[in-house]
Design a protein around this ligand. Structure first.
Ligand SMILES: [Cu+2]
Length: 112
């Protein structure tokens, strides 16, 4: 008896299951309404735009520039902070106090 040689071909299915990311909103203003969120969380701006985050919540939050040196800008209720983004691409940020609930992105596009 001769052993049968079986050849198994594994077919890899690529990239069908990734969740659709939120479409970024074209704005330079991000609000922090009650409670524990950035609205809109995902925005898009042109290179060199200054983005302002305003804390409308009753708790102190922060904007931590995860992809831009990790600086933490603390934002007390009723206050605002700003940061000027340079460099086209995806820039992540979050609230360092509530990083599980509060995170967002700034998609920076080439200045026209
Ligand atoms: Cu927070």
């Amino acid at each position: 008896m001769r052993p049968l040689l079986g050849i198994v071909v594994a077919v890899a299915l690529v990239g069908c299951a990734a969740p659709t990311p939120t479409e970024p909103v074209a704005t330079d203003q991000v609000d922090m309404p009650p409670s524990y969120k950035f609205v809109p969380a995902d925005i898009t701006v042109a290179d060199g735009t200054t983005v302002t985050w305003t804390n409308s919540d009753n708790f102190t939050h922060s904007v931590r520039l995860v992809d831009d040196g990790g600086e933490v800008m603390v934002v007390a209720p009723g206050e605002s902070v700003s940061y000027t983004f340079t460099g086209a691409g995806l820039h992540h940020y979050d609230c360092s106090f509530h990083a599980n609930n509060m995170k967002g992105t700034v998609t920076v596009t080439e200045a026209s």
